[in-house]
Design a protein around this ligand. Sequence first.
Ligand code: CA
Length: 515
Amino acid sequence: MRNSLFLAAALTTTVLTAPAAVMADGHLMVVDEPLTLDVHLHDKSFTYDNNWPVELEAARMTGVSLNNVTIGNTPDSNEAFNLMLAAGDLPDIVGGKSIKDNVNRYGPEGAFIPLQDLIAEHAPNIAAVMAEKPEVFNSILAADGNMYFVPYLPDGKYGRAYFVREDWLEKLGLEVPQDVDELYEVLTAFRNGDPNGNGQKDEVPAFFRNWEEVLRLVTLWDGRTSGSDTYHDFHVVDGEVRHGYVGEGYKVGLEHVAKWYAEGLIDPEVFTRGSSARDFLLSNDLGGFTHDWFASTAGYNDSVAEAVPGFSFQAMVPPASISGVRMEEHRRIPVKPEGWAISFSNENPVETIKYMDFWFTEEGRRLANFGVEGEQYDLVDGKAVFTEEFLTNDRPVNSQLTDIGAQVRRGFYQDYNYEIQWTNEHALRGIDLYESGDYLIDQFLGVTFNEEEQSVYDKNWSSIRTYMLEKQQAWVLGSSDINADWDEYISTLDKMGLNEVLAAMQSAYDRQYGG
Ligand code: CA
């Protein structure tokens, strides 16, 4: 059943149950005759699927179908890209995870088409988002100044937050810790005060599902660990590219983290327990404090409530650092190095960019975010609302969406409303708490190297990073002392070429951001 737009407008007070009523006038059609384009789109656990309901719906709306030719027998998207290159023929569209570096490397060599002119002429919806977020699109340009891919743009600001067992605080007569000293007191009380009430000193005061999050504690001593949502990344201060792991705050902070670890305030298995840490320690009433994602962490208030009576694990604002700064270093990045590009051998670049533009129209964006109308969601007052059946399915919402081809890393603009609908009240309250303060900091969106910078980086960075991580783990575990090691650590990094890497980052940064 199809309704005209006019009819749909006349029926706005009625909930329309007919699928996809918007298409009667074909205003999203990209071609007169059906067109099929080959696509390489790789993600770590799946590739593009010709039968995704979202693909079929997009084909119906635009007349363009994508045919999957991804080389997918590897979980590594970089390797898949290289296998595709080695095979010779580039498919019409190349996309998926981690394509930024690849298309920005091979684009200037002629493998991919620069997109600015095509977008200006044929893609008004992409152009509108570019005009809205110039700094974001600037960050994805290749070293030759061209844009070679349409990116995936995440939506929403908040990622991780600090969480504390409020029911434990109450049992021990404590308040939510407001600064680093109070946090130390609370963790010590969690260790000594038997808040889980079993008569054993078995509590794990601070635990981290991702071991890298233990490093995040250095921000409480004004140190830094990363400037983006990638661990161990560079960050920028007043136009200067720096690395946290040579900063004074890092040194002081890690010295204290080592002390907390030695005192049993931090999970003794923090480097080895792995991704099940949160699940295990919360389900068994053992864990007291962490730094992790809002929605999934708050979800334990629902899933653990029965096993642990009174369980309340709530977001808390970042404790103030030694200088009084409340900083949440992690946030969602506004653009990912993911999306899709048009290869030089594509014989329909205009139709292809129009098709890519479709995903930035109202209907296309809804399709990419929510799936198919009448299947996964209904339109209520012009807004996509997931069906009860979809939300209450056993399979996690994210996985269900990927299964049908929604929320996959084509170039698209995420709509945070897709996530709000399955974020529980505890998480929403926590987000409000963070919203009421100014805790987030600017993100480093990355640089694109020219050939010379790239060779400096390739030659030095990997071994420098490995050395930094080896040392920091030894310091946290107490097998080595950071104060005793520091001068030698800095001079070793000098010899390993850290300053050259920083200079390469800086010149790339200045070129990209006009520093
Ligand atoms: Ca106990």
